[in-house]
Design a protein around this ligand. Structure first.
Ligand SMILES: NC(=O)c1ccc[n+]([C@@H]2O[C@H](COP(=O)([O-])OP(=O)(O)OC[C@H]3O[C@@H](n4cnc5c(N)ncnc54)[C@H](OP(=O)(O)O)[C@@H]3O)[C@@H](O)[C@H]2O)c1
Length: 281
């Protein structure tokens, strides 16, 4: 897995200004971040379709991850299987590299959904199994359920950025480390606010923006690159998936892969981020 991928939740070929999604995908593959994150619910399936189309046009091998949404009316293995089949159809693939349970809020527990995941692995429709928005207890339940089928839990995808450091305090980052599970960080640049230099707007939020700007200027980098490099340095289990529809954003974000922050830079950003107000996180 590359340490950086691309979030595609806004990919939609019918939306204005999205005529370059193939270039966006190609830019990511060129930069060694050919790992794309989608879900059946993104743009009502059109994200999966746009991603499948761009991957076909590019033609090179890419890793694709998608997600099953356990909506309240979905309670059977058959519903899971047909949702996965529709995802594969939209992606134009016979299998998906990583398939997540999108969230744990479901009349069926996480463990029951892992049984459905295991059947899909056995049917070779899924190569790896993940969960998303799960706490430590749910991670353990998922891992235990999968272990019965000799399948490792590959990833927990949660919100994690300099503006949202909850995985450090709720135990999820620690559990990813001890269970050897990838922490896939969504919204890693605060929905674009960090890249725009406006995390929080005032007070300590501005201090974070200032620190990112200073480090960026000293390293000939951008705030987005510094923020992503910080996440990757924080722990080797972190994989960040900044969302991007534009190729120039992907190229910029890829610069984080070769930006090694010094311990002093890392600590200064850590302090500025920890001081940012709750509203800015
Ligand atoms: N599991 C979950 O429940 C969950 C929830 C939310 C998101 N996600 C996943 O995580 C991915 C990332 O989260 P996100 O998209 O919400 O937030 P994000 O990655 O923090 O920010 C994405 C936004 O930042 C902009 N951007 C990206 N790189 C930039 C750069 N270098 N300079 C300036 N702007 C830049 C993008 O613009 P352009 O589009 O114009 O390129 C987009 O508007 C999503 O795409 C999705 O796959 C998962």
């Amino acid at each position: 897995m590359p340490a950086l991928g691309v979030g595609t939740n806004r990919w939609d070929t019918s939306a204005p200004g999205q005529g370059r999604l193939r270039d966006t995908l190609s830019a990511a593959v060129d930069a060694g971040m050919g790992f794309f994150d989608t879900a059946e619910v993104y743009s009502s399936g059109r994200s999966e379709m746009a991603l499948g189309e761009a991957a076909r046009q590019d033609g090179r091998p890419v890793l694709l991850a998608s997600k099953f949404a356990p909506l309240p009316y979905r309670v059977t293995a058959a519903q899971f299987a047909s949702a996965l089949d529709r995802t594969l159809q939209r992606l134009g693939r016979e299998s998906v590299d990583l398939y997540y349970l999108h969230f744990p809020y479901s009349p069926l527990g996480v463990a029951a959904w892992m049984k459905a995941m295991a059947s899909a692995v056995q049917a070779r429709k899924i190569r790896a199994v993940g969960i998303s928005n799960c706490n430590v207890a749910q991670m353990r339940k998922a891992a235990d359920a999968l272990a019965r089928y000799d399948i490792p839990l590959a990833a927990n995808q949660v919100q994690y950025s300099l503006l949202h450091r909850k995985p450090e305090t709720d135990g999820v980052l620690g559990a990813c480390r001890s269970m050897d599970v990838a922490l896939v960080a969504y919204r890693p640049i605060g929905g674009g606010a960090i890249a725009a230099g406006s995390p929080g707007g005032s007070g300590p939020g501005l201090a974070l923006a200032g620190t990112l700007r200073d480090v960026a200027a000293a390293r000939g980098a951008t705030a987005a690159q510094v923020a992503l490099a910080w996440l990757l340095k924080r722990d080797g289990h972190v994989i960040a998936i900044p969302g991007a529809t534009r190729p120039e954003h992907v190229r910029e974000n890829a610069g984080a892969l070769s930006l090694e922050l010094s311990e002093a830079e890392f600590a200064a950003i850590d302090r500025a981020s920890a001081a940012a107000p709750a509203a800015a996180r």
